[in-house]
Design a protein around this ligand. Structure first.
Ligand code: CUK
Ligand code: CUA
Length: 641
């Protein structure tokens, strides 16, 4: 039976390969002959890896199983989510608060799993918001966003969130130079060079709780940071950022921002910066940013607006930052598992430069500079270069590692993944991607200990890979087997939003980290919890009405509510009394101005509703919860004001 099934899948796979027209000629070679078997996870069986994928302009993170490519969850982070009530319930609204109020959307590009000793530890995953600069921490015990911190003095939070090898810091570099916040901002745009500055934020992460705290910012010339990675092993203590627009042009048309032959990789000695901060060299500046935290026992988010930030002028400290020239608008910046090799991918370059950390340290020791850039030493290209990968492909973007001495780089323009040897810089293999790959991911592939085995390409262009769905097509990821000498294509799978960076961890690492199945109702400290039906009540305070409600299979209590008037401001505080795994209940009310609530066992959530019409208003549970789910409903009587 199994073989027949596999054969059928193969026939379908091959058949579709024949009818597609615009594939490179070698596409057949790249597909593994036993691909179907390699990705088939039988019903009831689990995947080998969790794959966390950035949601791009959806603002969320999605969770897939590998090798099956099955999507298991979308975790709402930076965008409202009507399905779960994220950003709609009173408790979650503060999580999307910023210094300029509630913001319902963002562009989520990169994810980074927490690490201990440079190895993925499966505790948290950090996410960036590109548009309104923010960093989030998602707790992987609950698959829920626990914390969001806004970044002051920042615009375009692209070079983030990348972490140091013990998750000491989450680091974030700005994409746009800006003059700073508030009163500093009112300057002519063509005064870019003098007024616009780049910033790197260092967010401290508490070892036990994971709680974030904006520790300090480095102020730098107004270059644009693109991507970054921390050093590891021997280079622990350093951070590496690609910078483009070293011209500091305020209009990024090619003539301006790409005229320099070489931009830079900036090496930042963050341990030194930390010392300067400890020695009191930072300056406290007035600003405003939101810091939002979720409390698991009150089931409520709190937003605090902070008004100060500690800034260290990196241009004045001569030994924090160093620049390594890097050809043509570098994009990705990746550090190999040993911490020795730093790969810069110049997206307009025809080669990949690989820098040596040891050589860099030596060059700094000898002050082997070719000059300086606004007070920051520029090291000589040849004194820091390990070597160049010649003619690897067109449009290199990002590199990951397999832990066996190989690097894998994506090429957007030539639409391929290229495998090369880190030491010899020889190209070993190449496979086409469909089409125009951006990021790639190997489980643990940016850590000290990659898990290898698979590689996923996250593509920018879909074209003919799936059944057409009108002008808008799904985004596409592709899974490759990298366990042998040659890469083999195994599977296409669709993703949400536009996927950028992703992470993956062995399933057991996440499953055994103390996964939560229910919230203990005894520990529920929500200020308006009802821990049993006896505690339910309707309390009027002026035109505000608080309904303390419970839900349990298969009824609400109370389920008939009278005494509500047009113009009232009604709050339904609903507690799910269940204490069984996978028994959420939903709550929706006719003409609610917000969304539904999906409430987990033991949790309390609040929906606000402003009745505008006289009449009978039904409400019901949205999640099929028992044979009597359809009966799980009720009525509200709305009377004239
Ligand atoms: S960027 Cu998307 S392909 Cu935002 Cu990481 Cu390189
Ligand atoms: Cu509760 Cu359906």
């Amino acid at each position: 039976m199994k073989n027949k099934f596999v054969q059928a899948i193969l026939v379908i796979a091959l058949g579709s390969a024949l009818v597609s027209s615009c594939k490179p000629k070698n596409s057949g070679d790249a597909v593994s002959g036993d691909a179907a078997q390699r990705v088939y996870v039988a019903p009831g069986k689990y995947d080998e890896f969790y794959n966390f994928v950035s949601g791009g302009f959806s603002g969320q993170m999605s969770v897939y199983g590998l090798p099956s490519g099955r999507m298991m969850k979308v975790v709402p982070i930076f965008s409202v989510d009507p399905e779960s009530g994220w950003g709609f319930s009173e408790e979650t609204k503060p999580m999307l608060n910023t210094s300029e109020g509630f913001i319902p959307w963002d562009d989520q590009h990169h994810l980074e799993l927490s690490q201990t000793n440079g190895e993925v530890d499966g505790r948290w995953i950090f996410a960036n918001a590109n548009n309104t600069p923010r960093i989030a921490r998602v707790d992987l015990k609950r698959f829920k966003t626990s914390e969001i911190i806004e970044l002051p003095n920042s615009a375009g939070n692209h070079s983030s969130p990348f972490i140091t090898e013990n998750t000491e810091y989450v680091v974030a570099g700005t994409r746009f130079g800006v003059p700073g916040d508030y009163d500093k901002g009112d300057v002519p745009i063509n005064t870019y060079k003098e007024n616009f500055k780049a910033h790197i934020s260092f967010i401290k992460v508490d070892k036990e709780s994971g709680k974030m705290d904006l520790s300090f910012q480095l102020r730098l010339p107004g270059v644009n940071f693109d991507l970054s990675h921390a050093g590891k092993g021997k280079s622990h203590g350093w951070f590496f950022f690609t910078c483009y627009n070293s011209e500091q042009a305020n209009t990024l048309l090619e003539v301006n921002a790409s005229q320099n032959d070489k931009d830079f990789i900036m090496a930042v000695n963050w341990k030194k910066a930390e010392e300067y901060i400890k020695a009191g060299k930072g300056k406290i500046e007035k600003t405003k940013y939101a810091h939002n935290t979720w409390n698991d026992e009150t089931h409520t988010g709190t937003s605090v607006i902070k008004d100060e930030v500690l800034v260290l002028d990196a241009m004045a400290m001569k030994d924090i930052c160093y620049l390594m020239p890097c050809p043509k608008s570098p994009h990705g910046c990746d550090v190999d598992p040993t911490g020795e090799y730093i790969v810069g991918s110049g997206k307009l370059a025809a080669l990949i430069p690989v820098f040596s950390f040891d050589k860099m340290v030596k060059a700094i020791g000898k002050k082997d500079y070719e000059g300086d850039y606004e007070g920051i030493p520029v090291l000589k290209y040849n004194s820091v270069l390990h070597g160049e990968v010649q003619k690897p492909g067109l449009g290199p973007l990002h590199t990951e590692f397999d832990g066996k001495g190989n690097a894998y780089t994506t090429f957007f323009v030539s639409s391929e993944v290229v495998k090369w040897d880190i030491k010899t810089l020889k190209v070993l293999d190449r496979v086409p991607t469909y089409y125009s790959v951006g990021h790639l991911m190997i489980p643990g592939g940016d850590s000290k200990k990659p898990f290898g085995k698979y590689l996923v390409a996250y593509n920018k262009i879909t074209k003919d890979r799936y059944l057409p769905t009108g002008p808008e097509l799904t985004q596409s990821a592709q899974l490759y087997d990298i366990s042998g000498d040659k890469m083999k294509l195994l599977l296409d799978f669709p993703t949400i939003g536009e996927p950028h960076y992703a992470q993956a961890a062995p399933a057991d690492l996440i499953r055994n980290n103390g996964q939560l199945k229910i919230y203990d109702i005894k520990k529920n400290n929500h200020p308006r919890v009802a821990k049993g039906e006896k505690e339910t009540k309707v309390v009027r305070e002026g035109n505000k009405v608080h309904v303390y409600m419970t839900m349990v299979r298969s009824h609400f209590s109370p389920d008939n509510i009278e005494g509500i008037k047009v113009g009232d401001d009604v709050y339904f505080h609903i507690t799910n009394l269940e204490q069984d795994w996978d028994v959420p209940h939903g709550f929706s009310i006719r003409r609610a101005q917000t969304a539904e609530l999906l409430i987990m066992p033991g949790e309390t959530a609040t929906l606000n509703w402003k009745p505008s019409k006289v009449g009978i208003v039904p409400f019901y549970c949205t999640d099929f919860c028992s044979a009597l789910h359809q009966e799980m409903s009720g009525y509200i009587r709305v009377s004239p004001a």
